[in-house]
Design a protein around this ligand. Structure first.
Ligand SMILES: Nc1ncnc2c1ncn2[C@@H]1O[C@H](COP(=O)(O)OP(=O)(O)OP(=O)(O)O)[C@@H](O)[C@H]1O
Ligand SMILES: [Mg+2]
Length: 332
């Protein structure tokens, strides 16, 4: 039985997952204290994790109907993320592992998003092409098995979630923008405005900065009154451009690899129109339940199933790594 802990951003998460990937509990405590600031405040996030991490772990054990005596391995997110936030999870996991003499597995958060689809009941196993589209990252990988992950393409600037959050803010929506933008877009016409998707740019990389700027200019050109009256159309057209940008690259990656299997993860994969668009592709498509797309600890356990535990001597010195440091030696 794996106990997993995830505190990389603003959700305090703990989960209990069996060795064959069945989720027994997946507790997510969203801090909800950052909305007033329009984004996550790192210091506040770390403090809130410190206040609630033990409670969330206890809740995960209770919900799973087990005690620490039943846990055989502890898994924890090491990065990338906010270092102060990550350290809270790391310290909690280390304390449990050392105190109980249990193996500790350090997990990369992005591999968590990438392998979330391998958890039951979906149990979608490699080989597959994987799209991860989250708040801080967007990339396509070829996954031949859980240990062989090759990056095929990424974003040249913003992540898809970042583009959505910034677009949402321009339309006066609260943070995080994704769910609010999706709700507003539901009443709009996705073909009302033609925003760029970079479909003519070859390759598997994508870019969102032009899209964001074109929304900014469109809102300015329309003027306050008209932009406000057409908010739903703007939201729907903008959302459609993000979806198309991603879908075009996914189609290319499937063609380039010859794989007809696609796994999708990361917070943006919670988006209804994106799920619909990707599910309509000529491929076997696995998109986990929305609660497994945004940050959670069950996905960290999903990776831990396939990773060795740290040597005992390395546990005390285990450190976090920040967003942007993913490709350093520490990450792999
Ligand atoms: N329904 C939705 N539609 C579109 N975007 C969404 C939806 N729900 C959440 N998102 C977006 O997902 C992002 C959060 O995803 P996630 O929690 O995976 O990111 P993160 O953990 O902050 O970043 P990373 O995983 O890259 O470190 C936010 O940008 C949010 O707006
Ligand atoms: Mg994430």
């Amino acid at each position: 039985m794996i106990l997993a802990i995830e505190t990389s951003c603003d959700d305090t998460c703990a989960a209990v997952v069996t060795d064959d990937g069945e989720i027994r509990s997946n507790v997510i405590s969203s801090q909800g204290i950052h909305d007033a600031y329009g984004g996550v405040v790192p210091e506040l996030a770390a403090r809130a994790h410190a206040e609630r991490c033990d409670l969330v772990v206890a809740d995960a054990l209770r919900t799973a109907g087990i005690t620490l005596d039943d846990v055989t391995r502890v898994a924890v997110t090491r990065g990338p993320g906010l270092v102060g936030a990550l350290l809270v999870g790391l310290q909690t996991a280390k304390a449990i592992a050392v105190g109980r003499g249990l193996p500790l597995i350090a997990v990369d958060h992005l591999e968590g998003h990438l392998l979330a689809c391998t958890l039951q009941p979906v149990s979608f196993e490699p080989p597959f092409v994987a799209l991860v589209a989250s708040g801080g990252h967007t990339f396509l990988s070829r996954v031949d098995d859980a240990g062989t992950i090759e990056e095929l393409g990424g974003t040249l600037d913003d992540a898809a979630g970042e583009a959505i959050d910034k677009g949402a803010r321009l339309l006066g929506l609260p943070y995080p923008g994704g769910p609010a933008l999706e709700r507003l877009a539901a009443d709009g016409d996705p073909t009302a405005f033609a925003f760029p998707t970079g479909a003519k740019v070859q390759g598997l990389d994508c870019s969102f900065s032009g899209l964001k700027t074109s929304l900014l200019y469109k809102v300015r050109d329309l003027g306050d009154e008209e932009a406000s009256a057409r908010r739903a159309d703007l939201a729907a057209s903008y959302q459609r451009a993000v979806v198309e940008t991603l879908a075009v690259r996914v189609e290319r990656a499937l063609r380039a690899t010859g794989l007809r299997r696609l796994a999708v993860g990361g917070g943006v994969a919670a988006n209804g129109p994106l799920r619909e668009r990707l599910r309509a592709l000529d491929a076997e498509v696995a998109i986990p339940d929305r609660s497994l797309c945004t940050d959670n600890a069950a996905m960290i356990a999903a990776v831990a199933r396939h990773r060795p535990a740290l040597a005992e001597a390395d546990v005390a010195g285990l450190e976090a790594y920040a967003t942007g440091q993913r490709r350093t030696a520490a990450a792999r």
